[in-house]
Design a protein around this ligand. Structure first.
Ligand code: ZN
Ligand code: ZN
Length: 437
């Protein structure tokens, strides 16, 4: 009972004071993705459990330990999505988008759910911005997707982000690699943790991801996939790298990126902050569509954790736009003035300005105090005198300057002042982002 006013462990509320930061990150990402031809897709929070078993992979930690799975009242096994790609792939397949014009490029902002040990920056409900591109196998597609992720982070003023890339090949070359990995880890089997001993037969690549320091140490000297790429995969990876170089996108070759999900093939990449936090990750998954029962179709994409991104932005003091504020607070004295203010507020709001007036029945002083707390940009006091003359003092709350305006012209005057202010704010934001980079 006492848990009623406490959010479940691993979840967090986004309060009105910070929601504009979320909106800023999400809208920036979606808008830049739109410039790259990605249009938004929205899929359900829950899907049939076997969708994730098939796509994410039976042997992954996500499927084995972390999913929120339950039986619904109709006896179906349902799972809250642990990631964004499977649902997007299911939707484009179900609606036949892959038989239309290719490539199909989609973007999304979604909540995801994983039952993980909760720790700082890791939540059981978390949010992701992601994109998926279906039907493009050329290396240019890999480079384009990577450059989209980079552009979003740069537009958000994140500096010092490094691009790490790797290729994990195709099923053909991976078979040889698995054999080499098995042989290597088998010679250390006694030292591996219990989980990894189990992984040795089913999926030795998972051992590379193990968080146990002992396994991690052993994995550091394991054979790397890059040495086992088949001719096609090697040529594809070379072409991705030269595309990146041609666009002057710097990268670090990192043979240790394997990504935790089964569906990845060939290019995988991570964007790593100065502090070593992965703020975005993704890659190619050429076998996924077929795995889900569609005609073979290549695909690739990435996901960006919004909580982590915001955390890194705060830590590095990346600039955020100012919180939306009340443009004008109408302070009223007396019954007649209160009515006039309400009428004024109504028409000013129709004109698209953020206006508030007293709805509590407070004194002049209390209204002024409230306007100040709200951070109102302008205030105007309306009493019997102003009603009679139709003139009032518009006060700029930042500078303290006042100006006499006719109540009839209030909209035009206010609009102009707000535009000037907005322009100055935008110049400031762009200036500080540019300075930041
Ligand atoms: Zn290959
Ligand atoms: Zn292990």
């Amino acid at each position: 009972m006492d848990l009623i006013t406490q959010a479940p462990r691993g979840t967090q509320d986004v309060l009105p004071d910070s929601s504009h930061k979320w909106q800023y990150v999400e809208q920036t990402a979606l808008a830049i993705a739109r410039d790259f031809g990605f249009r938004e897709i929205r899929t359900p929070v829950f899907e049939h459990t076997n969708l994730f078993q098939r796509s994410v992979g039976e042997t992954t930690d996500v499927v084995q330990k972390e999913m929120y799975t339950f039986e619904d009242k109709g006896g179906r096994s349902i799972t809250l999505r642990p990631e964004g790609t499977a649902g997007a792939a299911r939707a484009v397949l179900e609606h036949g988008l892959l038989s239309g014009a290719l490539p199909v490029k989609v973007s999304y902002v979604t909540s995801c759910y994983r039952y993980e040990k909760s720790q700082k920056g890791r939540y059981r409900e978390f949010h992701q911005f992601g994109v998926e591109c279906f039907g493009a196998s050329a290396p240019q597609a890999d480079a384009e997707t990577i450059s989209l992720a980079m552009q979003i982070l740069s537009a958000l003023g994140l500096k010092g982000v490094a691009l790490h890339i790797n290729s994990i090949g195709c099923p053909t070359c991976r078979a040889k690699y698995y054999a080499a990995l098995k042989e290597y880890f088998a010679s250390h089997v006694e030292e591996l943790c219990g989980t990894c001993q189990g992984r040795l037969e089913r999926n030795p690549m998972r051992i590379l991801d193990c968080k146990s320091p002992v396994c991690h140490g052993i994995a550091a000297d394991a054979p790397v996939m890059l040495d086992y790429l088949c001719e096609d995969c090697a040529a594809h990876f070379e072409a991705v790298k030269s595309c990146l170089s041609a666009a002057e996108i710097p990268y670090v070759l990192d043979p240790h990126i394997v990504r935790g999900l089964d569906y990845y093939t060939r290019t995988v990449f991570e964007l790593v902050s100065e502090d070593g936090l992965v703020v975005a990750g993704g890659g190619r998954y050429d076998g996924l569509v077929e795995e889900l029962g569609g005609a073979p179709q290549p695909g690739l994409g990435f996901g960006m954790g919004i909580e982590r991104l915001l955390m890194v932005m705060e830590q590095t003091e990346a600039p955020f736009p100012p919180a939306p504020a009340c443009d004008l607070y109408l302070v009223s004295m007396g019954q007649a003035a209160a009515q006039k203010c309400f009428a004024l507020a109504t028409s000013l709001r129709e004109g698209g300005t953020a206006v508030e007036c007293d709805i509590v029945g407070r004194s002049l002083k209390a209204q002024m105090k409230y306007a100040d707390k709200l951070g109102a940009r302008f205030t105007i006091v309306v009493g019997d005198n102003e009603l009679e003359t139709g003139l009032a003092q518009l006060k700029d709350m930042t500078t303290g300057e006042t100006e006499e305006v006719s109540l009839g012209d209030l909209y035009t005057v206010l609009r102009q002042k707000l535009l000037d202010r907005e322009l100055a704010d935008m110049t400031d934001l762009f200036g500080s982002i540019a300075e930041f980079q």
